[in-house]
Design a protein around this ligand. Structure first.
Ligand SMILES: Nc1ncnc2c1ncn2[C@@H]1O[C@H](COP(=O)(O)OP(=O)(O)O)[C@@H](O)[C@H]1O
Ligand SMILES: [Mg+2]
Length: 371
C-alpha cells in the first residue's frame, strides 16, 4: 500500500518513479558509480530499496545507512569497517542468490583462504573487496554497495578521504562492484566526492547522477486518490486538493497524510495533524542547525517572510538578531544551500533564495527565539 510509512521495498507499494527506476537500471548496467539525490523525504531510500529488491535475483547487494555510523560528528574506523564487512558478508547470505554462497563462502585464493562469513574489522577492506570481486567475476555476478545518506561519510577521518580512495579503487579495479550513493544534502555530498577537483581520488571518474524531484500537482493528486482507493476510504476531491496545496509534491508528507487518515479514520482533522507531525520532524532538523549557529534560523525566517535577496536577509538579521558581515552571511547561505534547506534561483537576473520544502517554511515561521 502507498500509505505505509516506512521506506518502500516492493514495486507495488511504490507510486510511479518509472523513469527514475529505468535510469537506475541503465546506470548500474553500464556504469560504476551512481548518485541518487533529492530533498529529504522525496523517496530516495524507497527507490533504492525497490531497485535492490527488484534486481536481487541477479545482483548481490549490501546496504548501509551512513547516518547510523556517525557519533559526535565522527565515524570511527572500526565502526565503518565492521559495518561495511557485515553488510557485504550478509549480501552473500540473503536474497535469491544465497545458493551461490555455498560454492563461494570458503574459497581459496592464491596465498590465503578468505572466509567471507567472518566478521573482523581489522581486515584490509581493499584486499577483502579484491577477493569479493574475484569471486563475483568468476561466477559472472555483480554486487551493489549502496550507501544511504552518504554525505555523512565526510565524518570519517580526513574528510572521508580514505573512503574516497576506496571508491576510486573500486571504480578503477573492481569491475563487478557498483557503488550507489544517496544524499539529501546534495551540496555536501558533492563537496565530499569532489569529483571535479584534480587533487582528489575520484577526479575524472564518471558518476551518474539521478535526481528525484517532487511530484507534479496532478501526480500528487493521483497518488493520494489511488492510495485512498487501496485502503478503501472515500475522500472528496476538495480535501485532496487542499492536502496537495499544503504539502506540495513531497511524497513523504503526502504519505504521512494518507497514513494519518488511515489510522485516525478522521478526514477533517488529518491535514492539521499531518502538518503538526511534519513540523515536529523538521523542527529537530532545524534545531541541529541552530546548535551550530542561530543565524541559520534567522536566515530561514527572512526567506520564509519573502525577504529573498541577500541585502534583505542581511537587513532582517541585523534588525532581529545581531549584525552580520557579508562574509558570514554568504558562508551561512551557501551552507544552507548545500544542505538543501535553501535553493538559489534567479528573478529578473538577480539571485534569490527559496525554501524548497513547505514544511520547513511553516516550521521556521512558527519558531521563536529560545523556543
Ligand atoms: N514513490 C513512492 N510511493 C509511495 N510512497 C513513497 C514513495 N516514495 C517515498 N514514499 C514514502 O515517503 C516517505 C519518505 O520516503 P523515503 O524513501 O524515506 O525518502 P528519502 O529517503 O528521500 O528521505 C516514506 O514514508 C515512504 O514510504
Ligand atoms: Mg532516506
Amino acid at each position: 500500500m502507498y500509505f505505509s510509512i516506512e521506506p518502500k521495498k516492493s514495486r507495488e507499494d511504490l507510486y510511479d518513479r518509472e523513469r527514475e527506476l529505468r535510469k537506475l537500471h541503465e546506470a548500474v548496467e553500464n556504469g560504476r558509480m551512481v548518485l541518487l539525490c533529492g530533498l529529504r523525504r522525496i523517496g530516495k531510500t524507497s527507490l533504492l530499496q525497490v531497485f535492490l529488491n527488484e534486481t536481487s535475483n541477479k545482483i548481490f547487494h549490501a546496504f548501509i545507512d551512513c547516518r547510523r555510523l556517525v557519533r559526535n560528528n565522527k565515524i570511527a574506523r572500526d565502526t565503518f569497517n565492521a559495518t561495511f564487512l557485515k553488510s557485504v558478508r550478509s549480501a552473500f547470505k540473503k536474497g535469491k542468490l544465497k545458493d551461490v554462497l555455498r560454492s563461494i563462502s570458503k574459497v581459496k585464493f592464491g596465498e590465503f583462504e578468505l572466509d567471507l562469513s567472518r566478521e573482523n574489522s581489522d581486515v584490509d577492506l581493499f584486499s577483502y573487496l579484491d577477493s569479493v570481486n574475484e569471486i563475483l567475476t568468476k561466477h559472472g555476478k555483480k554486487m551493489i554497495i549502496a550507501l544511504d545518506e552518504a554525505q555523512n561519510l565526510r565524518f570519517y577521518g580526513r574528510g572521508g578521504k580514505d573512503i574516497l580512495n576506496l571508491f576510486a579503487y573500486i571504480y578503477d579495479h573492481l569491475n563487478s562492484i557498483v557503488v550507489i550513493l544517496t544524499g539529501s544534502e546534495i551540496g555536501l555530498l558533492h563537496d565530499f566526492l569532489k569529483s571535479n577537483d584534480p587533487d582528489t581520488p575520484l577526479f575524472g571518474r564518471y558518476v551518474n547522477e539521478i535526481s528525484l524531484g517532487r511530484f507534479s500537482k496532478e501526480k500528487s493528486m493521483s497518488f493520494l486518490s489511488k492510495g485512498f482507493q487501496q485502503i478503501e476510504i472515500e475522500i472528496g476531491k476538495a480535501e485532496i486538493e487542499k492536502a496537495v496545496a499544503t504539502l506540495d509534491g513531497i511524497v513523504g508528507y503526502l504519505t504521512m497524510y494518507g497514513f494519518t487518515v488511515y489510522t485516525r479514520k478522521e478526514i477533517s482533522t488529518a491535514l492539521g495533524e499531518t502538518e503538526k507531525m511534519a513540523q515536529k520532524l523538521v523542527k529537530k532538523e532545524i534545531e541541529e542547525l541552530r546548535d551550530r549557529s542561530e543565524n541559520y534560523l534567522y536566515i530561514l525566517k527572512a526567506v520564509a517572510f519573502g525577504l529573498d535577496r541577500f541585502s534583505k536577509i542581511k537587513e532582517y538579521i541585523s534588525l532581529h538578531h545581531e549584525k552580520i558581515t557579508d562574509q558570514t552571511l554568504s558562508h551561512n547561505l551557501s551552507s544552507l544551500v548545500k544542505q538543501s534547506f535553501l535553493e538559489q534561483e534567479y528573478k529578473r537576473s538577480s539571485k534569490i533564495y527559496v525554501i524548497p520544502d513547505p514544511m520547513v517554511k511553516a516550521t521556521v515561521l512558527n519558531m521563536r527565539k529560545g523556543s
